[in-house]
Write a protein that binds this ligand. Structure first.
Ligand code: S3P
Length: 450
C-alpha cells in the first residue's frame, strides 16, 4: 500500500500491438540533483522537464524546509531560489522523503556539513533501507547520525559545524553514496576526494561542474578518482532535464515483447552510465534503434525506436555492466522470459537493497506467472520460453516498488493470460503518467484484480 492512500490493484492483459510515440517524463536522478544544486546556489535556477513524480516532489518539499524557494510555474517548469553552499536553515519539522532512497541520501549529504539538525523519515519501504552506507562517510566530515537499528530511518543528523574534507573510497557501487559525499564536500574547506572502483551514474559530477564547482575526475589503478574543491560559490543554472532512460525502458521493453508493436520513445538521455539496458537488449537481438542522436544540456540524447522482436536470445549480462542498468534488471527479467534460452544476471547484489528486494520480488512474481527462474545472493537466471511464452494468470506482489509494478504490467501485455499486481500506487513515484501513456499506445490496463 502506498504511504498516501489505499492500494490500487491493476491488471494488464494482451491487447493489440503497441504503436505510437511514448513521451516519457524527465529523468528522476537529474531532477533530484537539479532541485538540490539549485537550492545550494545563490540566486535562481530555472528547470524545465522536471519529473513531477512523488519522489522528486518530496525532494522539492525538503529543499523548501531547508530554506530554498521552490516555485512551480507550469508542467515540468520549476524555479529554485537557492540559499548557497552552507546556507541551509534548520527545518522546523521532520523531513519525509516518501519512497525515495535517492532523495534522502542526497539530502543527507547536502545538509551534513551545515550547522543544522534535521530528522528524516520515509514510507515503509524507505524505512527498511540501509542508511549507514551514507552516514558512515558523513561521520568522517564530523556529522553525527542517530537512527533506528541497522542505521534505518527515522534518523536525526546533526550537521558538522566545522567540517573537514575527506578522502573516501565508496565500498559498494552506488551513485547515491558517491553523490552524498560530494554534496557534503561542498561545504568542507579543502579538497574532498571520492574514489569509486566501478563507475556509477555521473550526473552529480556533470551538474556540479555545470554549476561552477571545481571538480576533477581521473582514472587511476584505484578506480575513478573525483576531487572536489570545497566552498565554491555555485552559480544558478538553466537546466533542461532529459527524459528518463529508466522510464523509457518500460514502453521499449513492452514493444519488444508484444506482437506487431512499433514504438518511438523520443528524447531519451543516453548517458553511458545509464544506457546498459539498451546495449543488453541489442545484444539479445532486439530491434531497437537510436535515431536522431544529439546532445542536450551536456547529456547525450536520442530517439529510441523499438519494434516487436520475436527472435531475442538469452545472454549472460556482463556483471561489470550492472551499475549502468541497475534499475533495469526487473524489466530485463520480464523480457528474458520472452527470449529463447537463459538470461544470466550476475553481480546484482545491490538489487536486494532497492525499494524492495528486487531479486526476490522478480523471482517470486515471474515464477507465479509460470516462468522458470533461479536466484542466488547476487544473481538471477531466467529461462526464456520464447515470444508469447509467459503463461501469466497470476497476481504479483509489488512491495511498494514502482519498477516491480511496471515490470509485471509490461509482462501482462504479452503473456497468454492477464497479469495482476497487488498495488500500482507506487508507480506515481517515478512515472505518474504510465497508465495513460501505455493505454495511449494501445495497452490494456484495468484498475481491478480481474
Ligand atoms: C540513483 C542511483 C542508483 C539507482 C537509483 C537512483 C541516483 O542507486 O538505483 O534509482 O540517482 O543516484 P545506487 O546509487 O544506490 O546504486
Amino acid at each position: 500500500m502506498s504511504a498516501h492512500g489505499e492500494p490500487i490493484p491493476m491488471t494488464a492483459r494482451r491487447a493489440g500491438p503497441l504503436k505510437g510515440v511514448a513521451e516519457v517524463p524527465g529523468d528522476k536522478s537529474i531532477s533530484h540533483r537539479a532541485l538540490i544544486l539549485g537550492a545550494l546556489s545563490v540566486g535562481e535556477t530555472r528547470i524545465t522537464g522536471l519529473l513531477e513524480g512523488q519522489d522528486v516532489l518530496d525532494t522539492g518539499h525538503a529543499m523548501r524546509a531547508f530554506g530554498a524557494e521552490v516555485t512551480h510555474l507550469g508542467p515540468g517548469e520549476w524555479h529554485v531560489h537557492g540559499v548557497g553552499v552552507g546556507g541551509f536553515a534548520e527545518p522546523e519539522d521532520v523531513i519525509d522523503c516518501g519512497n525515495s532512497g535517492t532523495g534522502v541520501r542526497l539530502i543527507l549529504g547536502a545538509m551534513a556539513t551545515s550547522p543544522v539538525t534535521a530528522t528524516f523519515t520515509g514510507d515503509a519501504s524507505l524505512r527498511k533501507r540501509p542508511m549507514g552506507r551514507v552516514t558512515d562517510p558523513l561521520a568522517l566530515f564530523g556529522a553525527q547520525a542517530v537512527g533506528r537499528s541497522g542505521g534505518r530511518l527515522p534518523m536525526t543528523i546533526v550537521g558538522a559545524a566545522d567540517p573537514v574534507p575527506v578522502r573516501y573510497t565508496v565500498p559498494v557501487p552506488s551513485a547515491q553514496v558517491k553523490s552524498a559525499v560530494l554534496l557534503a564536500g561542498l561545504n568542507a574547506r579543502g579538497e574532498t576526494v571520492v574514489i569509486e572502483r566501478e563507475a556509477t551514474r555521473d550526473h552529480t559530477e556533470r551538474m556540479l561542474t555545470g554549476f561552477g564547482a571545481d571538480l576533477r575526475v581521473g582514472e587511476t589503478e584505484e578506480g575513478r578518482v573525483i576531487t572536489l574543491t570545497g566552498q565554491p560559490e555555485l552559480v544558478p543554472q538553466t537546466i533542461a532535464v532529459p527524459r528518463d532512460p529508466s522510464s523509457a525502458a518500460f514502453p521499449v521493453c513492452a514493444a519488444l515483447i508484444t506482437e506487431g508493436s512499433d514504438v518511438l520513445v523520443p528524447g531519451i538521455g543516453l548517458n553511458p552510465t545509464r544506457a546498459g539496458l539498451f546495449t543488453t537488449l541489442r545484444e539479445m537481438g532486439a530491434d531497437l534503434t537510436y535515431e536522431n542522436e544529439r546532445e542536450e544540456g551536456g547529456e547525450p540524447v536520442a530517439d529510441l525506436r523499438a519494434r516487436f522482436s520475436p527472435d531475442m536470445k538469452g545472454i549472460e549480462v556482463p556483471p561489470e555492466r550492472a551499475p549502468s542498468m541497475i534499475d533495469e534488471y526487473p524489466i530485463l527479467a520480464v523480457v528474458a522470459a520472452f527470449a529463447e534460452g537463459a538470461t544470466t544476471m550476475r553481480g546484482v547484489k545491490e538489487l536486494r537493497v532497492k525499494e524492495s528486494d528486487r531479486i526476490a520480488a522478480m523471482a517470486a512474481g515471474l515464477a507465479a506467472c509460470g516462468a522458470k527462474v533461479e536466484e542466488g545472493e547476487d544473481w538471477m537466471i531466467v529461462e526464456g520460453q520464447g515470444p508469447g511464452g509467459l503463461p501469466g494468470g497470476a497476481t504479483c506482489a509489488t512491495h511498494l516498488d514502482h519498477r516491480i509494478a511496471m515490470s509485471f504490467l509490461c509482462g501482462g501485455f504479452a503473456s497468454k493470460n492477464p497479469v495482476t499486481i497487488d498495488d500500482a500506487s507506487p508507480i506515481s513515484t517515478s512515472f505518474p503518467i504510465f497508465e495513460a501513456l501505455m493505454e495511449g499506445l494501445g495497452a490494456h490496463l484495468s484498475r481491478s484484480n480481474r
